[in-house]
Design a protein around this ligand. Structure first.
Ligand code: 3H9
Length: 701
């Protein structure tokens, strides 16, 4: 594409209008900065141009640098757009709609004025891809709004709505936005003769804030210590803002460049960039185009007012949907509604939700007492007990009662979708919608395809997920679907390793150091060990070869259910969630090991990490070779958003790719020899190791 096509320049009424036109989001891809510079030079040279406007065509202003170009060699431009904007002699107005993010906002900050429509959002979200604003954002934003507010924006990476941006001082004026071009031209005329030109780089009053509050930067570092554990970018962001306060503008820019250079090719930035694109790729199901016509999604109902059903109803209400919720008895329904109220009230108490917002959301959830009351639904999401006969009974009833054409989705986390669909006369309208717990918090939604699920059914479930802020991922119908099935061997290995001598506290420390927010044993105690116990019993009854896990079984049989009984893998003090290693657990583990003839030994941290994660990588390969997942990166998205896998490591399969398929295969083969059948390498793993392939490119569909 030619530069003219990427950036247009035309003159109207003495105002030069520069329009970036690089769909879908006007990223600053190759040719765009060059096009902006060429247009600016044209505007400077034309005597009849009194002022200029910089805007974006289509749905947005500029979403930032082209992320696809990072990590690749790029031509070094003799001048950057920011410098050309700074050196201009004619006023330039950035006219923002949609998003002004990263390099987009940085260009706007180098303009003399900024106007925006009220629905616009601005931000410097670079930290979310493991880098920092490298186009002067760390130097200009603190000068414009003060270092404290700037640091908060840069370190959080949040998108700031235009009205708030106006209050902060980023935006000069909010415009109606009916015809942004006309409004921007009108605004540009009002400032065309004003001199001197306001330049953010020249103003330093706001920086004085740092002198009055010398502990500001250290305070910020402390406040993010938990959230940003192990990460480099957030701390570099703080250092860059600190430089804005202690160095002259041009020196600050050099510091920003140096810090940016340290981050761009870091492993963390690579992992986060990969995650960014994986999260977008996950929305695509081959064979289902964007233009597929979808049935209505207006009337939605949830069956089951337990923890999951309530959480699903909240997820819908949070995004403005009215939702009916039904349960077997008025008592259970009332209890469920109370739980919903309480959960919202906790968020209000913590300050993460405004009372007015809670008052808007709760009335969107309508409790009803009979299935007949949800007969007019377009979509029904079932969230009753995880027992096949119960699910079948509910689906048979729903099929009779709910209007023809309505979609019936099950929130089952493992049961056979085809068996559930078989009791209905509309199997093509049935699929799984597996929310993760707590459903109103966790972002992952597995959309599970039954053998007869129609493309429109799957596309509707995916869209519903996206509409309520979830990352919806396709999964094939198999035991545990994709996320839980790939996680299951991790859960088994951690217990078997404990029998061999790796104690919960060592395993948990390894995984927390790796980047998980909590170790897996501590998570088990939080969720309740009785849950896994019940499911193991069920599965053992159905499958004589099902592997027994005597240690957790014994803990549960002793009444050690986890945090709720103040004892599980750890012991707890009343009113305190801190896990304390328990000699009693060590004794039980040693006893079980002795009974089973297992020789206990010591483990290195590396062995623990590999054993847990490689077990899952091998299972993920089986899932891929069976075609139950569409791509390795979908499994990564599931691990990032379902299990708290550290985002800066990209995801399970991306992490394994960094180690290399050959090494993963070698290690798994070694453990296959030592531990037997459960470590048999997946065929796909063997093939990839032989062909020199990568997990990332392994698609089996
Ligand atoms: C930066 O600016 C560094 C600077 O400091 C300067 C350094 C010198 N690049 O998300 P969507 C694609 S770093 C390339 O589905 P939405 C995206 O992959 C950058 N591609 O839409 C997708 O492609 P496809 C700082 C990009 O409406 C399509 O556009 N900026 C970029 O849900 C639609 O995206 C950011 O981090 C990009 N920058 O959300 C902002 N952005 O259709 C990143 C998007 O093939 N972007 N694409 O899958 C976003 O947060 C969201 O895309 C946005 C729109 C909110 C803008």
């Amino acid at each position: 594409m030619s530069e003219q096509a990427l950036v247009r320049f035309d003159v109207e009424d003495g105002i030069g209008v520069i329009t970036v036109d690089y769909p879908p989001v006007n990223a600053l891809g190759p040719g765009v900065p060059e096009g902006i510079i060429a247009a600016l030079e044209k505007g400077e040279a034309e005597p009849n141009v009194k002022a200029m406007v910089l805007m974006g065509a289509g749905r947005t202003f500029i979403a930032g640098a082209d992320i696809r170009q990072f990590g690749k060699p790029r031509p070094v431009l003799p001048r950057r757009t920011y410098d050309v904007l700074d050196q201009g002699t004619k006023p330039i107005v950035a006219a923002i709609h949609g998003f002004a993010l990263g390099g987009g906002l940085e260009n706007a900050l180098a303009c003399n004025y900024r106007i925006a429509v009220s629905s616009a959002k601005v931000g410097l979200p670079e930290v979310n891809i493991g880098i920092l604003p490298g186009g002067g954002g760390t130097q200009r934003l603190p000068r414009l709004i003060g270092p404290k507010a700037a640091m908060e924006m840069i370190v959080s990476g949040r998108h700031v709505p235009a009205p708030e941006a106006k209050t902060l001082g980023i935006i000069d004026e909010i415009v109606a936005g009916k015809d942004l071009r006309a409004e921007a031209i009108a605004y540009a005329k009002t400032i065309a003769d004003r001199r001197p030109l306001p330049r953010v780089r020249d103003s330093s009053e706001k920086l004085a804030q740092a002198k009055g509050d010398p502990g500001m930067f250290e305070g910020m570092r402390k406040s993010i210590a938990r959230r940003a554990r192990n990460q480099i970018a957030p701390y570099h962001c703080i250092a860059a803002v600190e430089a804005a306060c202690s160095q002259a503008f041009d020196d600050g820019i050099k510091t920003e460049r140096r810090l940016f250079g340290e981050l761009e090719n870091s492993d963390q930035a690579k992992g986060m960039r990969y995650a960014f694109f994986a999260e977008r790729e996950v929305a695509r199901i081959p064979g289902i185009g964007k233009d597929i016509a979808l049935p209505p999604m207006k009337n939605i109902a949830v069956v089951g007012a337990g923890t999951m059903g309530g959480g699903i109803a909240m997820s819908l209400a949070d995004f403005g949907h009215n939702v009916k919720i039904v349960d077997a008895t008025p008592e259970v329904l009332a209890k469920g509604m109370q739980r919903i109220q309480d959960n919202y009230a906790i968020s209000v108490k913590r300050g993460s939700l405004k009372q007015e917002e809670m008052d808007r959301r709760v009335p969107r959830i309508h409790p009803v007492e009979r299935l007949e009351d949800i007969a007019d639904s377009d979509i029904v999401i079932e969230a009753v007990f995880e027992e096949m006969p119960v699910k079948k009974e509910v689906f048979a009833k729903l099929d009779r009662i709910v209007k023809p054409g309505a979609l019936l989705m099950t929130n089952s986390s493992a049961l056979d979708i085809d068996e559930i669909a078989s009791v209905t006369k509309r199997p093509e309208l049935v699929c799984g919608a597996h929310f993760f717990s707590p459903a109103n918090v966790m972002k992952l939604l597995e959309v599970v395809a039954g053998a007869k699920s129609a493309p429109t059914t799957l596309a509707t479930a995916m869209k519903m997920g996206r509409d309520i802020g979830k990352l919806a991922a396709y999964a094939g119908n198999c035991d545990g679907f994709v996320a839980n099935r790939s996680r299951a061997p991790f859960g088994t290995e951690m217990v078997l390793m404990a029998e061999e001598g790796a104690l919960p506290e060592q395993v948990d420390k390894v995984m927390v150091d790796f980047g998980y927010p909590m170790g897996p044993f501590a998570v088990g105690d939080l969720a309740g060990l009785d849950i896994g116990y019940a499911s193991r019993r069920r599965r053992a009854a159905a499958d004589p070869n099902f592997r027994k896990l005597p240690v957790p079984d014994r803990l549960v049989e002793m009444g050690r259910y986890g945090q709720k009984t103040l004892a599980g893998w750890y012991r707890y003090e009343k009113g305190d969630r801190t896990p304390h290693p328990d000699p009693e657990v060590k004794r039980i583990i040693a006893e079980v090991a002795k009974d089973m003839g297992i020789q206990q030994r010591s483990f290195t941290d590396e062995e623990i990490l590999r054993r847990l994660l490689f077990a899952s990588v091998n299972e993920a390969c089986k899932i891929l070779e069976e075609g139950k997942a569409l791509r390795a990166s979908d499994i990564d998205v599931m691990w990032l958003h379902g299990f708290g896998f550290p985002r800066y490591r990209g995801g399970l399969m991306f992490w394994a790719d960094q180690i290399g398929v050959a090494e993963v295969h070698r290690q798994i083969e070694e453990w296959h020899q030592r531990y037997g059948a459960r470590w048999k390498p997946a065929n796909l793993l063997r093939e990839l190791a032989q062909s020199g392939g990568s997990f990332r490119d392994a698609k089996k569909i």
